[in-house]
Design a protein around this ligand. Structure first.
Ligand code: TYM
Length: 345
């Protein structure tokens, strides 16, 4: 599908992203998403960041845990530096318009488009027929999340790229089918920084993920300093010293990953990190990385723990955010209802 037939959207810039409320956050989420949201907060455009609890239930979630997982993601947002005075932080399910727009988009998206989604194939595994219908239409709900706020920029990790392409396809088909040129923007994925795809510490070819059975494969935001240091010490590497350029790093996926993590944690480029460590082996590099990881994550973890001890504070932020988000979302849904021709007597 091409974008060229759509007249340009000329609404304001808006930034939006979300994280699923489905269990512990890891370093990949922190570097690929959370840290990027904070960096975009100061750009003068409104930022909407939500906890994707509707997405979480596409696979089974214990109801009593879902509430605390929702608060935990909100706590991570706040602890990472998102400021509720500037950024609208809310639970997805609290803004009913997400589900309403998702239904309309279910009737816009084509089966063939969803059949191509690699994440469904990965998550449904060998028993596709036992997966929930929600898991299959998951990317349609994601398109609704984004377009409800007419977001123009969506900061995400590399793994969300295909979902963003689908969002653009849905926006364009809606605009075309309903003769509403430029109604929805075609949002741009913002996949930036040295760590858009943080890999497993045990296998440089696999993404760091909460579903990896080995806890040694990832650093969790709830890990204490000793655990972080131990996981980095045990991370898979190779015996070669570090070279002075990215090109010379060649096909060394584990080494590439650790360099990318160091760069993202220290707000440097990978080239700068290599310049600093060229000629040294992992025996020297790993302790430095462990020190940096502990130093960067400890304040976030501590603040998350404090906030989780004060759920009323989190709930205040989420309630206020949901109210502000609903104002924007309800306006879009009212327009969509009219465009689609729903009764409004
Ligand atoms: P989720 O909850 O799986 O992941 C949240 C964010 O973390 C990024 N991420 C990573 N980045 C770098 N390296 C990794 N190993 C890594 N693992 C995860 C993800 O790319 C993501 O940015 N579908 C989304 C949630 C969502 C959403 C949205 C995002 C729902 N609606 C609308 C943006 C806009 C998801 O499952 O993310």
């Amino acid at each position: 599908m091409t974008d060229d037939s759509s007249p340009a959207y000329n609404g304001p810039r808006r930034i939006l992203s979300g994280i699923q409320a489905s269990g512990a956050l890891h370093l990949g989420n922190y570097l690929g998403a959370l840290k990027r949201f904070v960096a975009l907060q100061d750009q003068g455009a409104p930022v909407f960041v939500f906890v994707a609890d509707l997405h979480a239930i596409t696979v089974w979630q214990e109801p009593e845990k879902l509430t605390s997982q929702t608060r935990e993601i909100a706590a991570a947002y706040l602890a990472s530096g998102l400021d509720p005075a500037r950024t609208i932080i809310f639970p997805q399910s609290a803004v009913r318009a997400h589900a309403e727009l998702a239904w309309v988009f279910n009737c816009v998206a084509r089966l063939g488009w969803l059949d191509r989604m690699t994440q469904f194939k990965e998550k449904s595994g060998k028993h596709k027929e036992r997966a929930s219908v929600g898991l299959y239409t998951y990317p349609v709900l994601q398109a609704a999340d984004i377009l409800l706020y007419k977001a123009t920029e969506v900061p995400v990790g590399e793994d969300q790229k295909q979902h963003l392409e689908l969002t653009r396809d849905i926006a364009q088909k809606f605009n075309n089918d309903f003769g509403a040129p430029g109604f929805f923007p075609l949002p741009e994925p913002v996949i930036q920084g040295p760590a858009t795809r943080v890999m497993s510490l045990r296998d440089g070819q696999a993404k760091m993920s909460k579903s990896d059975p080995s806890d040694l494969s990832r650093i969790n935001l709830t890990d204490d300093a000793d655990t972080i240091a131990a996981k980095i010490r045990k991370a898979k590497t190779d015996p070669e010293p570090l070279p002075d350029s990215l090109d010379a790093l060649g096909e060394r996926p584990e080494a590439r990953n650790l360099i990318a993590i160091y760069a993202a944690l220290s707000d440097q480029s990978r080239e700068q990190v290599l310049a600093q460590f060229a000629g040294q082996g992992f025996g020297a590099f790993k302790p430095k990385l462990a020190e940096l990881a502990v130093e960067s994550l400890a304040p976030v973890t501590a603040e998350m723990r404090r906030l989780m001890g004060d759920p009323a504070e989190i709930d205040r932020v989420l309630r206020a955010g949901a109210e502000r988000a609903a104002e924007v979302a309800d306006r879009t849904v009212a327009e969509v209802r009219q465009i689609v021709g729903f009764w409004n007597g």
